[in-house]
Design a protein around this ligand. Structure first.
Ligand SMILES: C=C(OP(=O)(O)O)C(=O)O
Ligand SMILES: [Mg+2]
Length: 401
């Protein structure tokens, strides 16, 4: 029933106005799945390779599509993803492009779910999934590679850890986003939005901490449950390998100073989450920081792990971080993303399923998070390509998918 009969690939627009790859997968019994690849701006050095969409599409048509059509079953995700790896023949998807691979992988999963008549999260995770929901981390102020002339730290994230439901959590994040706008207006700070819909004011990190802290407290009072906040420092973007220092607009910190600075921020602002506080090559520094504050906050590896089980294993061995960001396009297939989550869970690392700064309306990650019982999802607070995932989570909770 789920034998693949056609795979169609096309270029569509992403949220930055750039082209990206969309895939349609059709099956023998009329099953249909459609998915699109997201795209990063602050990409990790060790991510699978994203090729220019036209090249990725041409290469996938030549190498992958003939091996899938009439040969593989959309309902067998591991088989589809193994075919993608075999068709690519490299260890980083540099032949067919991780963008073609992930679009086909996710579209196949949706086609498989369509044939079975099951929601995607249930097809991926089994019948006992759908009771637990991830806490959404919502980017409310941002800079770094996502907005010019804004904060050095890439993302200030609302984290409604006490929300009684996913719906309450999603609305709390939107309320923090709105409260930040009010506070910026009170201070006479004009601003637009960055790539992920977060406010991108021309202020320093210190002022951003004050504003987000106040916004979070205001919303916490309003909603009556705990709303914390977290960061994506995107440390690799701040790190200068020649000098061995983290370069901020107003400071330069060596690795020990960076560890001390982050530890101080964790305690001063009760941060519940800190992603990529250090360079992507520095497992040792990650381990030192985790040792210092890992009992009271999540230290998450994004560029550090790039959703790669080998890099995660290395981190587990060294005690680096206690949480992993999961971005399917960093590794190229749903199977690889799934395996990274399983390895993380087995070793007590919390998974945070994540969007990219360049996104589409595709909502697969909402299903992936529910399917894997991931405790967190990071997918923005507002903006159509972000709300596509948040609203899908609300629908899953409402049994309306
Ligand atoms: C979502 C992120 O940004 P990008 O997609 O640009 O890597 C991130 O760094 O976590
Ligand atoms: Mg990140």
């Amino acid at each position: 029933m789920t034998l693949i009969t056609d795979v169609r690939l096309r270029r569509i627009l992403d949220s930055r106005g750039n082209p990206t790859v969309e895939a349609d997968v059709l099956t023998e019994s009329g099953g249909f799945g459609r998915a699109a690849a997201p795209s990063g701006a602050s990409t990790g050095e060790y991510e699978a390779v994203e090729r220019p969409p036209s090249e990725a599409i041409a290469a996938a048509r030549e190498h992958a599509v003939p091996r899938l059509v009439g040969e593989a079953y959309a309902g067998n995700q591991r088989e589809v993803d193994a075919v993608l790896h075999a068709a690519d023949g490299t260890d980083d998807f540099s032949e067919i492009g991780a963008n073609s691979a992930v679009a086909i992988s996710m579209a196949a999963a949706k086609a498989g779910a369509d044939v079975l008549g099951a929601p995607l999260f249930q097809h991926l995770g089994g019948t006992f999934r759908g009771e637990n929901f991830p806490i959404p981390l919502g980017n409310v102020v941002g800079g770094g590679e996502h907005a010019a002339d804004a904060t050095d730290i890439q993302e200030f994230l609302a984290a409604p850890v006490g929300a009684p439901s996913v719906e309450d959590a999603v609305f709390a994040n939107a309320a923090v986003h709105a409260a930040v706008a009010d506070l910026l207006e009170d201070r006479g700070v004009p601003c637009g939005k960055g790539d992920e819909g977060a406010w991108a004011p021309s202020i320093d990190d210190g002022e951003a901490f004050e504003i987000v802290d106040e916004a979070v407290s205001m919303v916490e009072e309003e909603v009556g449950f705990e709303v914390g906040f977290g960061l994506d420092v995107a440390g690799a973007e701040l790190y200068d390998a020649d000098s061995g220092t983290y370069e901020y607009s107003d400071a330069s910190r060596d690795t020990d100073e960076q560890i001390a600075y982050i530890a101080e921020l964790v305690d001063e602002y009760d941060l519940v989450y800190v992603e990529d506080p250090l360079d992507e090559d520095d497992y040792e520094a990650f381990a030192d920081l985790t040792d210092e504050v890992g009992d009271r906050t999540l230290i998450c590896g994004d560029d550090l792990f790039v959703t790669n089980t080998d890099r995660l294993r290395n981190g587990i061995d060294q005690g680096a971080a206690n949480s992993i960001l999961i971005k399917p396009n960093q590794i190229g297939t749903l199977t690889d993303a799934f395996d990274a989550i399983e390895l993380a869970t087995e070793n007590g690392y919390d998974s945070v399923v994540s969007h990219r700064s360049g996104e589409t309306e595709d909502a697969t990650i909402a299903h992936l998070a529910v399917a894997t019982d991931a405790p967190f999802i990071k997918t923005g607070a507002v903006g159509g390509e972000r709300t596509a995932k948040l609203n899908e989570l609300i629908r899953i909770a409402d049994d309306a998918t």
